[in-house]
Each structure stands twice: as structure tokens, then as C-alpha cells.
Design a protein around this ligand. Structure first.
Ligand SMILES: C=C1C[C@]23C[C@@]1(O)CC[C@H]2[C@@]12CC[C@H](O)[C@@](C)(C(=O)O1)[C@H]2[C@@H]3C(=O)O
Ligand SMILES: O=C(O)CCC(=O)C(=O)O
Ligand SMILES: [Fe+2]
Length: 271
């Protein structure tokens, strides 16, 4: 895929510019260029990034080649995310098969795209005590993704880890020819817990830099996030209270990265 290598080299060029140049993305908070700070609640990581909405052309006027490469990639990755959601619907034996993908195809779909750059990090003190106790420095702290589905691609530098049920972390081997698919909190709710949003994080590498690009497919803001009726058998009950994506997103964006965001929306949460 030639377009991916163009995007990767343009993104690498972008991140190697002086800070004052990188800040000229023409995007307003929370979008555009950011570094170290993640979200608004005080989370920090050894990372710099570009955060963009997918339903408008990323302004990035001073970075035309990057902008074109991003636009092309965003279109292709959205198509791939829709195909994956359709295969998931087939696997769940639910009809119509576009019941999930249509939310990403909607003109109002609230999807975001992120390019993360983790420069090599000499093993200094873990940032804000978020380290894993092994001297690793956290690039992106543990969290689940709030949307429906995330499609991640990275260069050949390791760093991504997922949390297993008993709390240990395992590395996702980096592979620039593969995509890493993550179930988001919203898909967990829409499948009434059959698919789980898995906690993940990124630890830095002391020698190599990591570049990752993630498409976060989200529904329109007004969409009700609830178990799909065709999945509910007999008198099965929803594990979650009713809410819209707007309500969930608002609550998620007011939380810290590591927080359990779904707990406030569970019907039977232990008190
Ligand atoms: C600390 C935060 C950053 C985040 C918004 C939040 O309050 C909690 C969820 C975070 C996350 C994780 C997945 C995506 O990278 C992201 C863009 C998203 O939609 O939710 C980030 C948010 C962010 O970086 O602003
Ligand atoms: O950069 C990565 O590899 C993962 C980052 C991530 O999980 C996120 O941006 O939500
Ligand atoms: Fe994530």
C-alpha cells in the first residue's frame, strides 16, 4: 500500500519539525497537535500526536502532502472498519449486516483519527507515577477506547500492550503489514457485553521511535447506545442504562484515562 508509506513518511517529517511549526495545524482544541498532555484531566505521556475529526477535511494547510495522504488513508480505513463490523454482524448472526457499519457511514458519524509519535525515551523516572514498576516509561496510559471500533496501524517499533483479565500486560508484536482491531466501549454495550473493550497502553522504547495511526469509528452524537434488539434472546435484559453517544462521550472526556468509564452506565454495578 503505497499511500501508507507516503503517509508514514509525511507524518515522520511533520513530527521532526520545530514545535512552533507543528502548532500551525489550524485546528482548535481538542484537535490539532498535542504533546505530553492527553485529554483535559491531567494525564501525561511520552507522546506527541495529531488528533483530527474525520468528517471534515483536516485544515493542515501548511502541510498539503500530509493532508492529502491523511484524507486518502482515512477513507480506506473507514471502509475497512465497516467491512470488519459487517463480518462481526455475520458472526453474531444479526441482520441487517450493516446494523453497526451504518453508524460509521452516517454523515454525522463522530469518528476521530489520531497519529501518535513516541520518540525514543531514555529510561528516566516514570512520568507521574504511572509506570509499570519495571522502569518503563508510559507513552500512553492504560485505557479503553470509548467509540465502537478502533483500527490501529504502527511502524515496526513495539510498545502497545493489552491487559489480560488477571491484570498482567502482554505486548502486541509490532507488524507494519497488519492492523490491530480494538473493540470500543460502545460496541461492548451494543453487544450487551459479548465483545469486550480491552484495556491497552503504550510503553516507550529507549532506542526506537514508534509511530501509530488509529481510526476511532464512532456513531452520530444523537445515537442511542444500547444492546442491539436482534441480539437479545428471550427475556434477556440489558446490562446497561440507556444513553446516547453524546452523553457517553461527555462523561468519557471528563474522565481520566485509566478510569472505568462504563461503570457509571452499568445497571447492576456493585456499589
Ligand atoms: C483522558 C482522556 C483522553 C481521551 C479522552 C479522555 O478523557 C478519556 C478517553 C481518551 C481517548 C482514548 C481513545 C482516543 O485516543 C481518544 C481520542 C478518545 O476518543 O478517547 C482519547 C481522548 C483524547 O485524547 O482526548
Ligand atoms: O499509539 C498506540 O499504539 C495506541 C494509542 C491508543 O491506544 C490511543 O490513541 O487510543
Ligand atoms: Fe486506545
Amino acid at each position: 500500500m503505497e499511500s501508507i508509506s507516503v503517509l508514514e513518511s509525511e507524518a515522520t517529517k511533520f513530527f521532526s519539525l520545530p514545535l512552533c511549526e507543528k502548532q500551525k495545524t489550524g485546528q482548535t482544541q481538542p484537535y490539532g497537535y498535542g504533546h505530553k498532555r492527553i485529554g483535559t484531566q491531567g494525564d501525561v505521556g511520552w507522546v506527541e500526536y495529531l488528533l483530527l475529526t474525520t468528517n471534515q477535511d483536516p485544515s493542515l494547510h501548511s502541510f498539503q502532502t500530509l493532508r492529502v495522504a491523511l484524507n486518502n488513508y482515512m477513507k480506506s480505513v473507514k471502509k475497512m472498519a465497516c467491512e470488519i463490523l459487517e463480518m462481526m454482524a455475520d458472526g453474531l448472526k444479526i441482520q441487517p449486516r450493516n446494523v453497526l457499519s451504518k453508524l460509521l457511514m452516517d454523515e454525522e458519524s463522530d469518528s476521530v483519527f489520531r497519529v501518535n509519535h513516541y520518540p525514543p525515551c531514555p529510561n528516566v523516572q516514570p512520568l507521574s507515577g504511572n509506570g509499570n514498576g519495571n522502569g518503563d516509561v508510559i507513552g500512553f496510559g492504560e485505557h479503553t477506547d470509548p467509540q465502537i471500533i478502533s483500527v490501529l496501524r504502527s511502524n515496526n517499533t513495539s510498545g502497545l500492550q493489552i491487559s489480560l483479565r488477571e491484570g498482567s500486560w502482554i505486548s502486541v508484536p509490532p507488524d507494519q503489514t497488519s492492523f490491530f482491531i480494538n473493540v470500543g466501549d460502545s460496541l461492548q454495550v451494543m453487544t450487551n457485553g459479548r465483545f469486550k473493550s480491552v484495556k491497552h497502553r503504550v510503553v516507550t522504547n529507549s532506542v526506537k521511535s514508534r509511530l501509530s495511526m488509529i481510526y476511532f469509528g464512532g456513531p452520530p452524537l444523537s445515537e442511542k447506545i444500547a444492546p442491539l434488539p436482534s441480539l437479545m434472546r428471550g427475556d434477556q435484559q440489558s446490562l446497561y442504562k440507556e444513553f446516547t453517544w453524546f452523553e457517553y462521550k461527555k462523561s468519557a472526556y471528563n474522565s481520566r484515562l485509566a478510569d472505568n468509564r462504563l461503570i457509571h452506565f452499568e445497571k447492576f454495578a456493585a456499589s
